[in-house]
Design a protein around this ligand. Structure first.
Ligand SMILES: CC(C)(COP(=O)(O)OP(=O)(O)OC[C@H]1O[C@@H](n2cnc3c(N)ncnc32)[C@H](O)[C@@H]1OP(=O)(O)O)[C@@H](O)C(=O)NCCC(=O)NCCS
Length: 219
C-alpha cells in the first residue's frame, strides 16, 4: 500500500460524506480502533453529530491545508462518479488517502490494494487480485484470484467475482451480483442487484438479469 511511508497513514480519519457509506466507514474505523476526526458533508449543518462524530464542514474543507497536513482522508460517497471526482481533487491537493478494511476480511498477502479503498466485513480478496485506488467493496463479497478492479468502482454487499474477472473504473455492481468466467464489466457501467454477468458488458451500459443483458446505454 503506497501510504505506508506517509506519517499521516495512521492519523485520525476525516470521512468525506456522512451518508450511508460514510457512516459504514465510521463503523469500521471504530472496529479498527481508528479515531475519526470528523465528517465533511455538503448536506448537513456544521456541528451536527452523526453517529457520535461531528460534521466539521462541507466537502470544500478537505482542501484546508491544516487538515491535509494532519489527517488521513477517505471518501465515503456511494456514487462512483462523484467519489472519483472528489478523490482526484484530494490527490491533487496532496491529501493522504487511507484504506479502511474491516478486521474480519481475509486479504491474500499477494493481493494489491490501493489508497482510499473501503472494504466492509467478511469480504475475501484472493491471491494476486488488484484493487485500485478509491474502490468501495461492501461486506460478504468474494474477489477471486487475479481479478482486477479499476479505480473508483463500487460493489454492493454479497457480490462475487470468479478468478480473473475485470471490472472497469467507476462501475457499480448492485447487491449479490455475480461476475463469472469471461464476464467483464466496462467503465461507468451499472449492473443491477442479483445479475449474473457471463459475457463482457460494454462501457457505460446498464445490465440486469441472469444472464445479464444490456437494457440500455447510459448517457
Ligand atoms: C440497477 C438499479 C440501480 C437500477 O435502478 P433504476 O435506474 O432506478 O432502474 P429502474 O428501477 O427504473 O429499472 C429499469 C429497468 O430495469 C429493471 N431492473 C432494475 N433493476 C433490476 C435488477 N436488479 N434485476 C432485474 N431487472 C432490474 C426494471 O425492472 C426496469 O425494467 P423495465 O424497463 O423492463 O420496466 C437498481 O435496480 C439496483 O439493482 N440497485 C442496486 C442497489 C444496491 O444493491 N445497492 C448496494 C448498496 S447497499
Amino acid at each position: 500500500v503506497a501510504e505506508v511511508s506517509d506519517r499521516r497513514a495512521q492519523a485520525p480519519v476525516l470521512i468525506l460524506g456522512a451518508g450511508r457509506q460514510g457512516r459504514n466507514i465510521n463503523d469500521v474505523c471504530a472496529a479498527l480502533g481508528r479515531t475519526v476526526h470528523g465528517f465533511l458533508d455538503d448536506t448537513r449543518a456544521i456541528g451536527e453529530i452523526v453517529n457520535g462524530v461531528e460534521v466539521i464542514g462541507g466537502f470544500a474543507r478537505a482542501q484546508d491545508e491544516d487538515l491535509i497536513a494532519a489527517l488521513a482522508m477517505i471518501v465515503g460517497v456511494g456514487d462512483s462518479a462523484a467519489r472519483a471526482s472528489i478523490f482526484e481533487t484530494l490527490c491533487r491537493r496532496g491529501a493522504c488517502l487511507t484504506t479502511i478494511i474491516h478486521p474480519t476480511c481475509v486479504i491474500s498477502p499477494s493481493a494489491e490494494i490501493g489508497r482510499g479503498v473501503f472494504v466492509n466485513a467478511y469480504t475475501r480478496i484472493m491471491a494476486n487480485a488488484r484493487v485500485a485506488d478509491n474502490v468501495l467493496i461492501e461486506g460478504l463479497c468474494t474477489i477471486g484470484a487475479d481479478t482486477r478492479i479499476e479505480q473508483s468502482a463500487s460493489l454492493g454487499p454479497g457480490c462475487h467475482l470468479t478468478a480473473g474477472v475485470a471490472l472497469g473504473a467507476r462501475c457499480f455492481l448492485g447487491a449479490g451480483a455475480l461476475v463469472v468466467g469471461r464476464g467483464r464489466v466496462g467503465c461507468d457501467s451499472v449492473i443491477g442487484a442479483g445479475a449474473t454477468v457471463l459475457d463482457p458488458i460494454a462501457d457505460r451500459a446498464f445490465g440486469v438479469g441472469t444472464p445479464a443483458r444490456v437494457k440500455r446505454l447510459l448517457p
